[in-house]
Design a binder for this molecule. Structure first.
Ligand SMILES: *Cc1c(COP(=O)(O)O)cnc(C)c1O
Length: 357
């Protein structure tokens, strides 16, 4: 029997009849395939967000004409909860994710979600499914908030009804190993005036086909370049990208085409605080190729919530392959360690990024 209660904060709770947790092998988890016992749901209609709820995780029913299926009116976020060895649970800069999903929603003509619903919903969900968050470096709970247009109508305009969900998936270290990436000289992830800065579902759909072509050439991911000239480097797959040329750390400035990653800006803050030589500026493809040729390209890595830091070991450009050194103790490992130490409550958090829940 499901048990229903309404909390003093207005959140309605329906508990799962039983937990699936004993069926999960936490030592062998494929990223993003297993979900916890509960999910957060809040519907929007008649011009307002209705009573938020936590219900058992499970399939949802939508009209086949729901606009999300036809026009891709959908946005999402990716964040994580971490547990320290004393059993305390933490989020990392959750307000950044909250602000960004509303920024994405605005670009997709979707209504902003109220902060108090997000905060109480996420906190309660993490409390109810707390057993699913395992302590230990690399273990985490991947949190996926998302919003979809649910109105039943194929009319090509924004919907009048939406649903905001939060689902959670236990995760181990993601994207292990070093990767080879191919610099895009034809396809683009985003364009000026487009939706590249938003975490819009369609941005990902558009990446799959060019990424498959790159995989056929032996590459794992694509380095996206600017859509008009393909001369400037923007992102790596679904991550922001950093280069180390000699002792300078380089990354492109965020723009309407580049997603404002929380990992990226945290690395920049750490690097500046620790006195690294940091340059945030447009990066020419030819400059990176030249640095690779003359040995000044010391490291390349992607940065994002899922993998934290993903080391790049080779770059392809116009049928040529350039090897990138893989260091044991480079900038990539340094920033990964600094960030994860903060996330897992193993280091002082002078920026106030860690939020106990
Ligand atoms: C989510 C995302 C990132 C990384 O952002 P984080 O906040 O660091 O997880 C980078 N690029 C793209 C295109 C993304 O969608």
């Amino acid at each position: 029997m499901n048990k229903e209660t309404t909390l003093s904060n207005g959140l309605k709770i329906t508990k799962a009849a039983s937990s699936k947790i004993n069926e999960v092998d936490f030592k062998n988890i494929d990223f993003g395939k297993i979900f916890t016992d509960h999910m957060f749901v809040c519907h929007y209609n008649n011009g307002k967000w209705q009573q938020p709820e936590i219900v058992p995780y499970g399939p949802i029913q939508l009209d086949p004409s729901a606009r999300v299926f036809h026009y891709g009116q959908a946005v999402f976020e990716g964040m994580k909860a971490y547990k320290d060895n004393s059993g305390n649970t933490f989020l990392f800069r959750p307000d950044e994710n909250f602000n960004r999903i509303n920024k994405s929603s605005e670009r997709l003509a979707m209504p902003a979600f109220p902060k108090e619903f997000f905060d109480t919903g996420l906190e309660t969900l993490l409390d109810m499914d707390n057993e699913w968050i395992k302590p230990g470096m690399g273990n985490s709970l991947y949190i996926r908030p998302f919003v979809i247009a649910t109105e039943a109508s194929v009319m090509a305009s924004e919907a009048n009804s939406y649903t905001f969900y939060i689902i959670c998936s236990p995760a181990q270290a993601y994207y292990e190993g070093e990767v080879d990436v191919l610099i895009a000289d034809f396809f683009s992830r985003s364009a000026s005036g487009g939706i590249g800065y938003a975490k819009a579902a369609g941005n990902y759909a558009a990446q799959f086909y060019p990424t498959n072509l790159a995989k056929e050439k032996g590459y794992d991911q694509i380095i996206w370049t600017d859509s008009s000239s393909h001369k400037y480097i923007e992102e790596a797959g679904t991550m922001n990208i950093f280069f180390r040329i000699n002792d300078t750390l380089l990354t492109a400035p965020t723009s309407e085409r580049i997603l404002d990653g929380i990992t990226r800006k945290s690395i920049l803050d750490l690097a500046n605080k620790e006195g690294f030589n940091v340059e945030v500026r447009n990066i020419e493809v030819t400059e990176i190729i030249k640095a690779a040729e003359n040995g000044n390209l010391k490291e390349v890595f992607g940065a994002g919530t899922a993998a934290v830091v993903s080391v790049i070991k080779g770059i392809g450009f116009k049928d040529k392959h350039y090897k990138v050194p893989v260091l044991q103790d480079g900038y990539a490992q340094h920033f990964k360690k600094s960030l994860t130490n903060i996330q897992y409550n193993l280091a002082e958090d002078s920026f106030g990024w860690r939020v106990k829940v």
